[in-house]
Design a protein around this ligand. Sequence first.
Ligand SMILES: Cc1cc2nc3c(=O)[nH]c(=O)nc-3n(C[C@H](O)[C@H](O)[C@H](O)COP(=O)(O)OP(=O)(O)OC[C@H]3O[C@@H](n4cnc5c(N)ncnc54)[C@H](O)[C@@H]3O)c2cc1C
Length: 374
Amino acid sequence: MIINIIGGGPAGMYFAILMKKADAAHHINIYERNGPDDTFGWGVVFSGQTLSNLRAADEESHADITRDFEAWDNVDVVHRDRKISIHGNSFSGIARIRLLKILQQRCEDLGIEIKFRNEVNDIEALKDDCELLVGADGLNSVVRQTFRADFQPNLSTRPNKYIWYGARQLFHGLTLTFRETAAGVFAAHSYRFDQTTSTFIVECDPDTWANAGFGNLTDEETRAQLAEVFKPDLNGYPLLSNNSKWINFVLVKNARWYHENVVLLGDALHTAHFSIGSGTKLAMEDAIALRQSFDQRSNVTEALQRYEKARKPVIEEYQAAAHESMLWFENARDHMHLVPIELAYSLMTRSGRVDDAELRKRDPDFMSSYESIK
Ligand SMILES: Cc1cc2nc3c(=O)[nH]c(=O)nc-3n(C[C@H](O)[C@H](O)[C@H](O)COP(=O)(O)OP(=O)(O)OC[C@H]3O[C@@H](n4cnc5c(N)ncnc54)[C@H](O)[C@@H]3O)c2cc1C
């Protein structure tokens, strides 16, 4: 089969790897507008379950990913200068650039050509040129836009502002830090992803953002101001920018997932708020699901139907949980009256996916402490 993939991010490369492994005769082209070393963002997070899925799908790349990752089992919640740790959670982090390099190398080893610095604008021409066209071209997908009448996308921009930084302070665990200031409440989502660096995402509501005057500040001034807000947490280290900008989270959904021989994967297809796990995990699990839909020898339409039928309910459930989590952060100021352990409990149960029994299983000491103050 001739497969054209637009986008050499985690979704596009991982799908190419899995298809080529399944049948070396496939002719696969990946078109990527950036160069091999251009990237944004800092670390990406995987749960223990995702790592098992990656191992089952491709042992070679799984081995490379787990060789380089940082693993932890604690979620730390910092509120009113007190840190509450909840154990029994299995997560790991890896630098996004390292993950991309591993996948690029794996593509090369399997003989998949990635056409770097190749921005695709004429989607129709590429569609006619192949049996399967994959739109793995991220949040602002041109493929989704080209066939919008068929995919029927729904995009909604959320009110909170967030900005994706790095920091040399190492946060050993997924750390959620709250700081109340005269301007309003700031939340930081941070975790270490290699020996020297942590991801440090700052989120706040639009009023806090306006009160703090971020609309008029330069990159340097913004980092300095946020470093001051999180001074007790950053241990004197500055915040590191990587073309970091304030953005609003955009929730992406599509009524239909394929049209003729065109299919969407990853951020092009759906987003889930970053507070519940990374888009990278969903993008790679989409690739696994799409590859599996080609398992039985059948035509492309049947395979794409199977993909949508099997994967859509999984994504809808995930997006529903992510939605609850996103609303919690959008209303963070309403939770600030809670004492630290109550806030930690509220955070752990915010998405509806973890109940008391599950929390007790993960960390009985935490649950005992929480129940003792109720
Ligand atoms: C500013 C920012 C920072 C982020 N940082 C992180 C992070 O640190 N950790 C994390 O887990 N998630 C991060 N995310 C989210 C994460 O990037 C995505 O959820 C994840 O990468 C989805 O993978 P994907 O392959 O679907 O899309 P992407 O990774 O976005 O890959 C899409 C690829 O398609 C290419 N492309 C797009 N259009 C075209 C075209 N017309 N022609 C050719 N190529 C094209 C793009 O260059 C890109 O390489 C960040 C998102 C943003 C906006």
